[in-house]
Each structure stands twice: as C-alpha cells, then as structure tokens.
Design a protein around this ligand. Structure first.
Ligand SMILES: Cc1cc2nc3c(=O)[nH]c(=O)nc-3n(C[C@H](O)[C@H](O)[C@H](O)COP(=O)(O)OP(=O)(O)OC[C@H]3O[C@@H](n4cnc5c(N)ncnc54)[C@H](O)[C@@H]3O)c2cc1C
Length: 365
C-alpha cells in the first residue's frame, strides 16, 4: 500500500503582553491571502502553501504551523514570524520554532544557480539563463523570485534557516544583495530559468549591473517563488512598464484561447518592443516614453484610464506592475472608478524612483 505523504509540522509558544490582539492582527492580514477562521481565543489560517493554527493564552500565543512539504512549512513559519514581529515590534518577542525544519539548515526554498547563457533581448533588456538543481517548485506558485547577488569579487555566504523561521543572513560583506525578478521561463527538465534584466540607469543597482555583466559560470542565489498572478477570467487588462514585461509575457503565454487580453506596455522607445505570444485574443498598445525618464511619465496610467471595458457580464481581471507612482494611480483607478473587488485585480509596485531594492516600493498601508 502506498504510504500517505506526511505533513511537516512545527510549533512555537511566543510570550506576548496582548496575544489576542496580535492574533487578531495576523488573522486580519492573512484574510487577503487565504481562509481565516476565528473562534474566540483560537484561530486557523489556511493558505495555498500551508496553514497555521493559533491559540491566545494568558501572556502567550501558541502557534502550530503545517505545510505539505519542507518548503511550504518554511514559508508558513517565515510569514507568521515576519508579520508577528512587525505587529508586536514594540516588545520584540522571541520566536523559537520546534519540530520540522532545523535551525542552521539551508533554506528549502533556496537554490544556488549558475549562469549558463546570456542574450540581448532589446537594447535595454538582457536575458540571463541560470541553471540549478531540483527546480520543480519554481514552475508553479508565483512568477517572481529573489535573486541573491554576490558583491563584487566576494565569495558569498548564503542565508540558512533561523530559529524564528526567517533566514539567518551572513555578516556584512559576505551578505549578498537581494533584488526581486521574474522567472520569464522555467524548464524543470533542463534545470534552467530565464531572467530578463532591465538595464536601467542609476547608482549602485546590483540587479541591473549583474544583468549587464553576467558571464557564464557566475554564481547567484535564488529563493522563491512567490507573488500572485492573474485569476481565471474571460477578459484581462495587463499593464506594465519594461520591468513587468517578463511577467506580462509569461501570463500571456499561459492564457487560454477563448480569453481576451487588453495589454498596455510602457517602454523607452520602439526598439524596446518585444514579440508577445498568446493563444488569447490580444489588443496590444506599446507606449513610448521617448525623451521622458523612466518613472516620470503618466503614459501608462493615462492609457489604462482610456481602456474600454466589457459591458456584458464577462469575468474581468486587471493586472499591473510598474513604478510606484503609476502603481498608486492605476490601483486607485481600478478600485475607485472601476469598482473592482480584491479578487478582480492585482497591482504591484515593481520599483520606486529614487529608492533602492524592495523596501520603499511596499505600501505603507
Ligand atoms: C515582483 C517583481 C518582479 C520584478 N521583475 C523584474 C524583472 O523581471 N526584470 C527587471 O528588470 N526588473 C524586475 N523587477 C524590478 C526590479 O526588482 C527593480 O527595478 C529593482 O530596483 C532593480 O534593482 P537594481 O539593483 O537594478 O536597482 P536598485 O539598487 O534597486 O536601484 C538603484 C536606482 O535605480 C532606480 N531604478 C530601479 N529600477 C529601475 C528601473 N527599472 N528603471 C529606472 N530606474 C530604476 C532606483 O529608483 C534607484 O534610484 C521586479 C520587481 C518586482 C517587485
């Protein structure tokens, strides 16, 4: 008889002055990402990657995390820890998980990757093909990954599993820079992924510099995957600047033949346009910034406002990825003018003019 796959489990008892309040905040946060049930002092959160059950006791929150594999469990522990530490930041509680997923082990959602090919896609976009082992988990469950980019000339040390479920990072200079990118293609059998790097201007920019200089044999780390994609619909709006072009390209390739997609993409100029393949019916407009700097134009939000939406009862879904200011404008248009529900849209800030990396692009709210 085939053995039943076992679930991976861990638990933690976290000392808190107001455990019930923290539990409520965690539940409120996860409503957007899964199913949440609260029953007095107990609650349960079920997400696509695993679940957490919580019990608010006297001065302590008991949490039980569960995942179908090591990575899923690690994601549950990580997301509970990150949000709990944020919601209870004033008392900085200690979290120590017991159970599966040992401290100091490699992160189960980490892979070391090696550059095997590079190619120019357009004058300002370079494709880097990375090879690594056991990439099956990267083919589903989100389009984007975090790239861990070694600093110039320094052999990196990679993060390992921390006692609280978050990655424990190496010290100072061995610590890689982290930037978010999209998996444009995943070939599990060949053990390869493609990443398309926008070669933008700026200071520092470890991501764009790696994209520009990557050479065969170079090593990077990769964690993930994560992030949302589109929900099933009959009619899609896909909008983005060049940083979102890899995601839009991949989404379009996966749409069914009976779907319609209105696609609006802002790029520097005509030389940055790329062929887009899809079985869906497409209405594509390329928007050229020409002399306007990236992040300074309103082309994308203006084009989104002009889109004609279906007037019948087709299911609609809007997806956008772009610079922070356009992200805010597009999101508020979709929510306030188009009255889309949370299930009908996903708008993400992919970068923020004048800010480095990931933190500043996140919404304060
Ligand atoms: C979910 C997600 C998926 C993404 N996928 C991709 C992808 O597939 N390909 C891709 O190229 N990018 C992608 N991005 C965007 C990328 O993460 C950011 O552009 C990131 O800031 C690049 O890091 P960097 O090290 O090059 O520059 P940073 O060190 O982050 O920034 C240095 C300076 O450059 C500016 N800058 C950053 N990005 C740009 C830009 N695109 N144009 C002009 N100025 C910029 C910053 O404002 C800052 O002033 C994605 C972002 C997210 C959130």
């Amino acid at each position: 008889m085939a053995e039943m796959p076992r679930n991976f489990l861990a638990s933690a008892e976290i000392l808190l002055s107001c455990p019930q309040d923290v539990m409520k905040r965690l539940c409120a946060h996860f409503v957007e990402f899964g199913t949440v049930a609260v029953d007095g002092a107990c609650s349960r959160i079920d997400t696509a990657f695993g679940s957490a059950s919580m019990e608010a006791c006297q001065g302590c929150l008991k949490v039980r995390a569960e995942g179908r594999d090591e990575s899923s469990l690690a994601y549950v522990k990580l997301s509970i820890a990150e949000h709990l530490l944020n919601f209870a930041s004033a008392e900085n509680p200690s979290i120590v998980w017991q159970g599966d997923g040992a401290v100091g082990q490699p992160l189960p959602y980490f892979r070391e990757m090696r550059v095997v090919r590079t190619a120019s896609v357009t004058p300002h976009m370079r494709r880097v093909t990375l090879a690594g082992n056991n990439l099956e988990r990267f083919a589903t469950g989100g389009l984007h990954i975090r790239l861990l980019l070694p600093r110039d000339g320094i052999t990196p040390a990679w993060p390992v599993t921390g006692a609280d479920g978050r990655p424990a990072w190496p010290e100072a200079e061995q610590r890689p820079d982290v930037r978010i990118y999209t998996l444009r293609r995943v070939d599990v059998e060949k053990g390869e992924v493609d990443i398309d790097f926008v070669l933008h201007e700026g200071e520092g920019m470890p991501g764009a510099r790696f994209g520009c200089n990557a050479d065969i044999g170079d090593i990077v780390g990769m964690t993930g995957p994560g992030g949302g994609s589109v929900a099933p619909a009959d009619w899609y709006l896909l909008a983005g600047d060049e940083t979102a072009l890899p995601a839009i390209g991949r989404i379009l390739e996966e749409l069914p033949g009976d779907a319609q997609a209105v696609v609006r993409i802002e790029v520097a100029d005509g030389a940055e346009e790329q062929p887009l393949a899809s079985r869906a019916g497409l209405d594509v407009q390329w928007l050229h910034r020409n002399d306007i700097a990236p992040g300074k134009s309103t082309l994308l939000e203006d084009a989104v406002r002009k889109v004609r939406w279906p007037e019948d009862d087709r299911r609609v879904f809007a997806w956008a990825g772009c610079e922070y200011k356009s992200f805010r404008a597009i999101r508020s248009h979709l929510r306030q003018d188009r009255k889309l529900t949370r299930e009908q849209h996903l708008v993400v800030a992919y970068w923020r003019c004048g800010f480095e990396g990931d933190t500043a692009r996140r919404e304060e709210s």
